[in-house]
Design a protein around this ligand. Structure first.
Ligand SMILES: *[C@@H]1O[C@H](CO)[C@@H](O)[C@H](O)[C@H]1NC(C)=O
Ligand SMILES: *[C@@H]1O[C@H](CO)[C@@H](O)[C@H](O)[C@H]1NC(C)=O
Length: 279
């Protein structure tokens, strides 16, 4: 079964994905809801004046678990992240591209750092940031198009490195119920990002013509800022789709009563405290 993927992958995906339209990742079937709080899940209170800080710490603790995978929730590891296909389709502008990347291996999502988190429950909005120092991607590619002034055509293996991927994400939320328990659901994500640098190496371009291939690779690397800028809108869209699926993968399995508590509800700490006082 092929579903959309998940989290930290995102930065990488951003770039590739951005360019490109559709991404698929092989995932296991939907997992069950967590009945009890997993040990790595930090609990926050809705009334906490520093709720954003608490939630950001929650993400800091959660990301390494996602990287390792969470078997009890049927979440497969994100480090390395494997993607079957990233389809590419951009028909207008200085860069046009059509084709796909296949069998992608992405190393780096486990180093994702949540930089800030603001949750506005009343207005069902979240504003957050994630920083990825490096996304190191290896894949097969099959592409045809034009990059600024040069044509690009070829298929073979490729390496792509993205440095310092800094994202800012606006999310629209809803709070549906599963089995009578409320979950947080991300309905839409708008992703803005900056990339500090990019290195690309496409092998066997132009049917293996070394001279043309070298020329194009040099050109791609020399113009990486311009290329990323031209692709940023489509990348941001793909990234939003990817991240949304990723975050929903985990949040659909942890009811809010486990991590976003209403005062006194299931508050073990306070219960324990009051039991001690009563005896
Ligand atoms: C992708 O990986 C699968 C499974 O390892 C393999 O069968 C397939 O040939 C690969 N595709 C390409 C284009 O390398
Ligand atoms: C997200 O929320 C904003 C502000 O309420 C709204 O303008 C926008 O249309 C929403 N986006 C989607 C895709 O629902």
């Amino acid at each position: 079964m092929c579903r959309f993927y998940f989290v930290s992958a995102f930065a990488f995906l951003l770039v590739f994905g951005a360019v490109f339209g559709k991404i698929s990742r092989r995932l296991p079937a939907d997992g069950p809801l967590f009945k009890e709080k997993p040990p790595w899940l930090k609990v926050c209170k809705r009334s906490d004046p520093n709720l954003g800080k608490c939630l950001n710490d929650m993400f800091v603790d959660m990301f390494p678990e996602l990287a390792k995978g969470i078997p009890e929730a049927n979440i497969s590891p994100f480090e390395p992240l494997y993607l079957d296909t990233v389809s590419v389709s951009k028909g207008a502008g200085p860069i046009t591209l059509a084709g796909s990347f296949i069998n992608l291996t992405v190393v780096g999502p486990s180093n994702a750092t949540p930089t800030f988190t603001n949750l506005d429950i009343a207005n069902k909005k979240m504003y957050s940031g994630i920083f990825l120092p490096l996304l190191d991607i290896k894949a097969r590619y099959n592409l045809k198009g034009n990059i600024l002034v040069l044509p690009l055509v070829g298929h073979g293996s490729c390496d792509l490195k993205l440095y310092k991927v800094d994202t800012k994400v606006h999310s629209n939320l809803s709070f549906p119920k599963i089995d009578g328990r409320e979950i947080l659901q991300i309905d839409h994500m708008n992703v803005n990002f900056k990339v500090g640098g990019m290195r690309v190496h496409l092998r066997d371009l132009f049917n293996g013509n070394e001279v043309l291939g070298q020329t194009l690779n040099n050109f791609l690397n020399q113009n990486s800022n311009e290329i990323i800028t031209d692709l940023s809108e489509s990348i941001g869209k793909s990234l939003g789709e990817i991240l949304k699926e990723l975050m929903n993968e985990i949040f659909s399995k942890i009811p809010t009563d486990l991590w976003l508590r209403v005062e006194d509800e299931n508050d073990d700490t306070e219960k324990e405290n009051s039991e001690k006082t009563n005896t």
